[in-house]
Design a protein. Structure first.
Length: 365
């Protein structure tokens, strides 16, 4: 395949280390990528006055595909989240989080294989909020009282939860199309429609309507979100592709990562009609930044997702196979995995772990 240019956003904290490791692994897998480095995060405040410079957005738009390290949103900047700003600006309406057991990673189960599909644009994360004591909050409280919608205490802050037919159709259809493309069998919609009848109820109704278009191809069921949380912990094998409104998907994706070993091995992607941004979903871990002890696995597996997106399927497979081989052997593992597995092996540095992956990939060539 022709050489591709990808925007690389190293981010903050350990992002410099994890993205450097990722680049080495992608190169060892035989993929020729030109990396256009763009900056975002708390470290940009002094030089740019914003954690998300316009040049970074333009770099993603120019190349269509980006991969990023963890980003810290500085306190008091007006940004609720740099990640949320990226999603909104680039219309990245799908958050995709595969959850797959890796033998040797210390997961509680050895056979988890499911995919989280999370709506990324609305719900309580739409950012429509009114501060306690504000004129707007008082007006909404009075409006609800006048229309018999319920009584809200006068000292309340208020967040609005919009759920639209359009966004619900888009995310559920994406989940079903993903299931068809990847040979999956079932889609589950998670919701709280029994309580929030006009928001989650709309989501569930829309999910059922979309599901009818795939009848005979992909099976469908739904779970109330609290029941889902219990069911996924008791028996993850009953789930395949799960589609969520925004807030539940955010919570459930971290819960599911905990089933297989944690956020250190959890890849992710934010995908829209025009652009895609791949990312490790863990934090920037400033306390260990620069010490060469972080685990780059999530960033590396996110790169494998990126390569799938770019059509480099064989290279993506090699990277996943190499990760599984290194973990299964258990000799070169980072400190977090050593702790999770109660291993007696000495903790490997980020560099040593990456060296081992590169060595395995070179033997595959």
């Amino acid at each position: 395949m022709a050489k591709r240019t990808v925007t690389l956003i190293p981010g903050d904290g350990i992002g410099l280390e994890t993205t450097a490791a990722m680049q080495r692994v992608v190169e060892a897998a035989g993929v020729d990528i030109e990396w256009e480095v763009a900056e975002a995060g708390a470290h940009m405040m002094d030089s740019c006055g914003t954690p998300l410079p316009a040049e970074t957005i333009e770099a993603v738009r120019r190349n269509k595909v980006a991969i990023k390290g963890p980003i810290t949103t500085p306190v008091g900047t007006g940004f609720r989240s740099v990640n949320v700003a990226l999603r909104k600006t680039l219309n990245l309406n799908v958050c995709l989080r595969p959850v797959l057991s890796i033998p040797g990673a210390g997961g509680r189960y050895q056979d988890v294989d499911l995919v989280i599909v999370r709506e990324n644009s609305e719900d309580l994360y739409a950012g429509i909020e009114f501060e306690e004591g504000s004129k707007e909050a008082s007006g909404l409280i009075e409006f609800c009282k006048e229309h018999n919608a319920g009584n809200i205490r006068p000292d309340s802050g208020i967040s609005i939860k919009p759920i639209s037919i359009t966004a619900s159709q888009n995310i559920v259809r994406y989940a079903f199309d993903y299931a068809v493309k990847h040979g999956r069998k079932k889609v589950t919609a998670a919701h709280k429609a029994n309580i929030m009848k006009h928001s989650d109820g709309l989501f569930l109704r829309t999910a059922r309507e979309v599901a009818s278009e795939y009848e005979g191809k992909i099976s469908f069921n739904d779970n109330i979100i609290d029941a889902f949380c219990m069911n996924i912990v008791m028996d993850p094998s009953q789930f395949d592709v799960i589609v969520f409104p925004n807030l539940y998907g955010d919570i459930a994706s971290d819960l599911c990562a905990g089933l297989v070993g944690g956020l250190g091995i959890a890849p992710g992607a934010n995908i829209g009609p025009e652009y895609a941004v791949f990312e490790a979903v863990h934090g920037s871990a400033p306390d260990i930044a620069g010490k060469d002890i972080c685990n780059p696995t999530a960033e590396i597996l996110s790169a494998a997702m990126m390569l799938d997106h770019l059509g480099e399927l064989e290279a993506a497979r090699k990277i996943r196979d190499a990760v599984r081989a290194v973990y299964a052997e258990g000799k070169v593992i980072t400190a977090d995995i050593r702790k999770a597995t109660c291993s007696n092996a000495p903790a490997a540095s980020c560099t040593q772990f990456t060296d081992e992956l590169v060595s395995v990939l070179e033997k595959m060539a």
